[in-house]
Design a protein around this ligand. Structure first.
Ligand code: SF4
Length: 357
C-alpha cells in the first residue's frame, strides 16, 4: 500500500472527507425523491447497511422541495444529483442538501454556474464536480479526438480553476468512466493536479458480478496507491448490494474498521465437513459485529491452523468435527453440528458490547 495522497478536508454535512479521514462509502437512492416516505425508508436501510453519504436525484422542483423533509428524518449527509438545471442546484442547497453533484459542462451558461457557486457559499455547502465523456467541451473533443483521460482531466482542471477564480474551494472531484483502465488513469492524472478530495467510481459497471469486479479493480487499484477519499460501487442491483461490495473492497485493503471480516477457504477434496454452508452461516450470524474482528473458516488441517492462528477466531475443520481457535490458540475440538453454535458463543462472550441481530 502506498501512503495516502494528501488532500484537503471537505465537510459534507457531519462527515469530513479527505485528509486522513476514513474513506467514506456512498450510495444512491433508486426512489423518486419527491416520494418522501419511500426515499426516507430506503436511506434508513442504506444507513443501517453502512452507507455514510447518500445521493438522491433532483430533476424537478418537487424533488428539491422534498429534501427538507427527507433531511429531517435521516442521519447521514444528503447529496443532490443535478443535471442541466442550475435552479435545481440552488433549490436543493436551500432545502438542506449537504452537497450537490453537478457536471458544470451540462449547466449551460457560465453565469448559471456562478449563481450555483454563490448559493453554495451562502448556504455553506460542498460541490462535487463530476466530469464525464458526455459533457466534454467541444475544443477538447477537437484537441484529443475522444474523451480520453487527458481530455477529461483537462476539463476537470479547467472547471476547478473556474471555481477557484470565484473563490470557492469546497470541492470534491469525480472523473468516472465505464472503461476501467481509463478511469484509473484519469484519477491518477487528476491526483497530481489538485488537492481536492476525489470520489471514485466506475460508471455503468453492470450487474452484480461484472459490476463488482470492475469496481473492485478500478477503485481498488487507486486506493492501493493512496488515491481516493470516497467511493461508490455502481451496480444494476439494489443499492444495498453496492454497500456490501464497497465494504469488502475497503476491508480487503484494511481500510474499513466498522465490521468483522470472514475469511474462508475455497474447499477441495480434503474437506470432510459442509464447509461452504458453514462459511455462509458464519458470515450471516456474525454480521452484527461492528468491529474489525477477523474470523477464519478453514476446511482442513493443511491450511486451517495457519490461517486460524492469524485470525482472532478460527475453525480448522477435520473429519466431521473442527478445532476452534482464539487468538491463535486451540480452544477445543467440537463436533461438526455444534461448530457454529460454539464459535458464535465464544465470540458473543468476548464482545458483550455488540448487539446480536
Ligand atoms: S484449507 Fe484444506 S480443505 Fe480448504 S482448500 Fe485448503 S487444503 Fe482444501
Amino acid at each position: 500500500m502506498h501512503s495516502r495522497r494528501s488532500s484537503r478536508v471537505v465537510n459534507i454535512g457531519n462527515v469530513a472527507i479527505g485528509g486522513q479521514n476514513p474513506i467514506a462509502i456512498q450510495s444512491m437512492c433508486t426512489t423518486k425523491t419527491h416520494n418522501i416516505k419511500a426515499t426516507v425508508k430506503q436511506i434508513l436501510a442504506l444507513e443501517k447497511a453502512g452507507c455514510e453519504i447518500v445521493r438522491v436525484t433532483v430533476p424537478f422542483p418537487k424533488d428539491a422541495e422534498a429534501l427538507a423533509a427527507i433531511k429531517e428524518q435521516i442521519h447521514i449527509p444528503l447529496v443532490a444529483d443535478i443535471h442541466f438545471d442550475y435552479r435545481m442546484a440552488i433549490a436543493a442547497m436551500k432545502n438542506g442538501a449537504d452537497k450537490i453533484r453537478i457536471n458544470p459542462g451540462n449547466i449551460g451558461k457560465k453565469e448559471w454556474v456562478v449563481e450555483v457557486i454563490e448559493a453554495a457559499k451562502q448556504y455553506k455547502k460542498a460541490i462535487r464536480i463530476g466530469v464525464n465523456a458526455g459533457s466534454l467541451e467541444k475544443d477538447l473533443w477537437a484537441k484529443y479526438g475522444r474523451p480520453s483521460p487527458e481530455a477529461l482531466v483537462e476539463s476537470a482542471v479547467r472547471w476547478t480553476e473556474f471555481f477557484e477564480k470565484e473563490k470557492f474551494h469546497n470541492l470534491v472531484i469525480a472523473l468516472k468512466s465505464s472503461n476501467v483502465p481509463e478511469m484509473i488513469e484519469s484519477y491518477e492524472r487528476m491526483a497530481t493536479k489538485c488537492d481536492y478530495p476525489l470520489h471514485l467510481g466506475v460508471t455503468e459497471a453492470g450487474t452484480f458480478v461484472t459490476g463488482s469486479v470492475k469496481s473492485a479493480v478500478g477503485i481498488g487499484s487507486l486506493l492501493v496507491n493512496g488515491i481516493g477519499d470516497t467511493i461508490r460501487v455502481s451496480l444494476s442491483e439494489d443499492p444495498l448490494e453496492e454497500l456490501k461490495v464497497a465494504k469488502e473492497i475497503l476491508k480487503s485493503l484494511h481500510l474499513y474498521s466498522k465490521e468483522r471480516t470472514v475469511i474462508a477457504c475455497p474447499t477441495c477434496g480434503r474437506v470432510e465437513v459442509n464447509l461452504i454452508k458453514l462459511a455462509h452461516q458464519v458470515e450471516e450470524k456474525t454480521a452484527y459485529l461492528k468491529k474489525p474482528i477477523k474470523i477464519a473458516v478453514m476446511g482442513c488441517v493443511v491450511n486451517g491452523p495457519g490461517e486460524s492462528r492469524e485470525a482472532d477466531y478460527g475453525i480448522a475443520a477435520g473429519r466431521g468435527c473442527g478445532i476452534l481457535y482464539k487468538n491463535g490458540q486451540v480452544v477445543k475440538t467440537v463436533e461438526e453440528k455444534y461448530l457454529l453454535k460454539e464459535l458464535l458463543a465464544m465470540i458473543a462472550v468476548d464482545h458483550p458490547d455488540q448487539k446480536t441481530l
